[in-house]
Design a protein. Sequence first.
Length: 381
Amino acid sequence: MRIPNRFTPDQQPTRGIALCLSGGGFRAALFHLGALRRLNELGILHRVDTITSISGGSTIAAFLAYREMIWNKPGGCTTDEWEREISAPFRKFTSRNFSTPSVLWGYLRPWSNAGLNSFARACTRELYPTDQPLPHTPNFQFCATELVNGVPCVFDRTNIGGPDVETVGKAVAISSAFPLIFWPYRRNRPFARFVDGGVADNRGIEPVWRTHDTLLVSDEQRDGTFWSVGGAADNYPHDPVVHPTGYAADVALQCIAPIRLKYDAFTDAEAAILENHGYTLADMAVRTHARQLLPPHPQPLGVPRPHWLDNRLAREALRNSDSSSLGGHGWIRACMRAIWRNVSGQTGGDASRITSPPPVTGAAVRTSDENQPERSGSART
């Protein structure tokens, strides 16, 4: 079997913009939340053709997909709409421990998919509480790793809805199934084992970098740009047009980058600092390396939580953010909620006024290695 060279672009013409949201628990999700806010303000987000995501990036991607009709229109949505409909509810979501009950349940039943299925139900309830398929545009791709063949694989609107990956929440859960935290997701016919997409590609680049001509991730073979949680505005070239705004380099490296990689309860200060950091770095990265995407008159910076942009306050607020108990912050309350939900039979989620995306049909799971055989699946009816 011939394995294609996955480190060079395809020879065929490429097109479109791809946005890659990396993994890293709620730290990554909140960082991406700020970056997405700035991309919306710059009029770039609604022009993106494909959004790939890993683990923590998949949580914000599913949340964004469910609210697609709010922001996916010419010019995007207003800053007030974004704050009210996307930022504020997502920060509230990250203020609770999200995974500990499911992890414990999985370890009590390691011979089954019980833990990951529990996590998938929570993802469905909190992130994508509808059985409607993903929107057609942009194409949301939730990345996982298939252990048997050792290749990245993608769950998107063409295969979510089959017997193995019934919901968007299940795709998010599989994308987040980090080894030793969750047991691999088991499929027996055909035989396969799936884990966190970050095992193979933690930036979500593999599915798109050979097929899109603009990536909002660093890549010397493509136009585009890259920003990371360990970066700082001072790292970008200074010119009269681009004035660095954001946290100092030492704060970014010593305080923000070490924040724990968990789905446990994040404080308001942690959420604010991460959102600010993603917002300011996305702005600097696009202005420096992808100016072709900017509108003629970009919207001025409006840092989401300006009070927390102070370096001294940020350093103090993040003093213990790199540490966590065995169950994570807020694990007792999370377990009590899970017990109450099971006792009371509570299963639903609040659709919160959002119109469901248009229906699409299902198909087969595909891997990003084009020579891997497609796996059969059932279409959504």
